[in-house]
Design a protein around this ligand. Structure first.
Ligand code: 87F
Length: 502
């Protein structure tokens, strides 16, 4: 049976394990655990630029998969990709001053080229509303130009001073930002929800992370928006993480940037806009949500490598085992499984087991000479560590089935985790207690700035994460279970989730 020994000896494997394995438990030191997984799974590296990191090939491959899935869904909606400048002239940047309020300390500026001072400072884009809407004001003339549905995949820079955390908080990150323009208020509202639905679908079905969709409070929304929608996930340390956001901008930017169109009725009108984004932060959530004491655990639908075949090599049977492994690889590829054959002879099988576990590859297929004799292989599930012996001719089918099971099981676990960590609250004291216990609090909230301030002050910095979507989806709030007395003031409120956030 696959025991991970070969002629290179045991000592090499044991020696390597000390340096490659995660040395702290996820439940004991979550932050250190995260840092180690990021580095040891070879996802990212620090650089001499403080707060900026390298997306190494393995994490970039995860991002590419998110991109492929999201890009395909956006294209189905008729969204087209484009690319706008990285730099935004100061005058333009400050045009819609309200939306940058509070963000200005984070903006990085280019002031000089060579030895020449620029006439006007250029902001390095932290988001692209201003530069994009300047173009839109030239492009949009009549209702025939609408809807205008554009997305860009790019990097953005926000010069934060809080302690950086790979994928979660870095000064430069990658994202997509979508910016759409519509003839009617209803079309814009529908777009906001359609995008949020797509984000939710990708996060739940590919990343296997259960989320709460909702609307941000007035305090927490994007200042340039009429309303902001979000999907929120709960991390194992009790903090909420926003996985995507979709804003209804109303006519705010249209008015500020002079975007207008000749309506069907022959009158000049201001259009209705949306903007939305999802970033490389979701990779951080993926690591936190599914990883364990042995390292990363990747859901098959997002894993750059879904299965790895590790042949157990001995001098006298090497040729046959490698040939059988290569055949197995082809059979898995026929089933559209992304598979790698780790036939390196410079490492022991045991060492490879550890490394692929660290990298979270969902399925390992072990094949040794004794397995071959018995026409079988061993399937090892990364998420549960369960082993199964399968006849060689049915490995491809069994692998496909197991991968589907892993995907399902990770999502169910995530859903359960969220559900058991929600505490129903009736007062600000309840919220405080819930948050101190690393839980997400669910209660009613009137949405006022005053109550939110009170909660923030008393509940250890926790704020509302999101409020029920029901009013957006079903029209004006009816009397139903999403409605009750605000935990702070006792007036009418709607279901709201409170917690600390990343
Ligand atoms: C940081 C510096 C300057 C966030 C900033 O959410 C400006 C901003 O406007 C800023 N950080 N925002 C809000 C971004 C809004 C919106 N943009 C399109 C998104 C999604 C994608």
């Amino acid at each position: 049976m696959a025991d991970g020994k070969n002629d290179k000896g045991k000592s090499q494997r044991d020696g390597d394990k000390k340096t490659t394995g995660v040395t702290v438990k996820k439940s004991e030191d979550f932050s250190e655990w995260y840092t180690q997984v990021v580095q040891k799974a070879d996802l990212a590296d620090y650089t001499s630029v403080s707060g900026c990191m390298v997306f190494k090939p393995y994490s970039y491959a995860i991002w590419e998969k998110v991109r492929q899935l999201l890009d395909a869904r956006l294209k189905q909606l008729g969204v087209k990709n484009a690319y706008f400048p990285l730099f935004i002239p100061e005058s333009l940047f400050k045009k819609e001053a309200e939306h940058v309020e509070g963000f200005t300390p984070e903006v990085a500026w280019v002031t000089q080229a060579g030895d020449t001072k620029l006439d006007e400072r250029l902001a390095v884009r932290p988001t692209s509303e201003t530069i994009i809407y300047e173009s839109y004001s030239k492009w949009i003339r009549s209702w025939r130009d609408l809807p205008l549905l554009i997305n860009q995949w790019c990097n953005v820079v926000r010069w934060e001073f809080k302690y950086p955390k790979p994928f979660i908080r870095t000064r430069e990150f990658l994202w997509q930002e979508g910016h759409t323009v519509h003839e009617t208020e209803k079309q814009a509202g529908d777009m906001v929800l359609a995008i949020l639905g797509i984000y939710r679908e990708i996060v739940e079905q590919a990343l296997a992370i259960h989320v709460i969709p909702g609307r941000k409070s007035e305090q927490e929304k994007f200042a340039g928006a009429v309303y902001t929608t979000t999907i929120e996930a709960l991390m194992p340390d009790g903090k909420a993480l926003q996985m995507g956001t979709s804003h209804n901008l109303g006519q705010n930017f249209g008015k500020a940037f002079g975007i207008s169109f000749l309506g069907k009725g022959g009158k000049r009108e201001t259009p209705w806009q949306t903007s939305w984004g999802m970033s490389t932060r979701v990779i951080g959530a993926l690591i936190m949500a599914h990883g364990d004491d042995h390292g990363l655990v990747l859901p098959p639908n997002i894993a750059p490598i879904q299965a790895v075949i590790v042949p157990i090599l001995f001098e006298d049977s090497k040729k046959e085992v490698l040939a059988a492994a290569a055949k197995l690889k082809k059979e898995l590829e026929k089933e559209n499984i992304i598979v790698e054959l780790d036939d390196r002879e410079t490492y022991t099988a045991g060492w490879k087991f550890n490394v692929w576990e660290l990298k979270g590859v969902p399925l390992r297929i072990e094949l040794g000479p004794r397995d071959l004799q018995q026409k079988q292989a061993v399937l090892f599930r990364r998420d549960t560590a369960a082993k199964e012996t399968v006849k060689l001719e049915s490995v491809a089918a069994a692998a496909g089935k197991t991968l589907a099971e892993i995907q399902q099981s990770l999502y169910q676990k995530s859903k359960q985790q969220l559900e058991i960590n929600i505490v129903t609250v009736k007062s600000v004291a309840d919220i405080t207690a819930a948050v101190k216990g690393k839980k997400l609090a669910r209660g009613f909230f009137c949405g006022s700035a005053k109550c939110e301030e009170e909660i923030k002050a008393k509940a250890d910095g926790a704020a509302s994460r999101c409020m029920s979507m029901a009013p957006l989806e079903k029209g004006p709030i009816q009397k139903r279970d999403e409605q009750g007395k605000c935990a702070a003031c006792g007036k009418e409120g709607i279901t709201t989730w409170f917690g600390k956030a990343y």
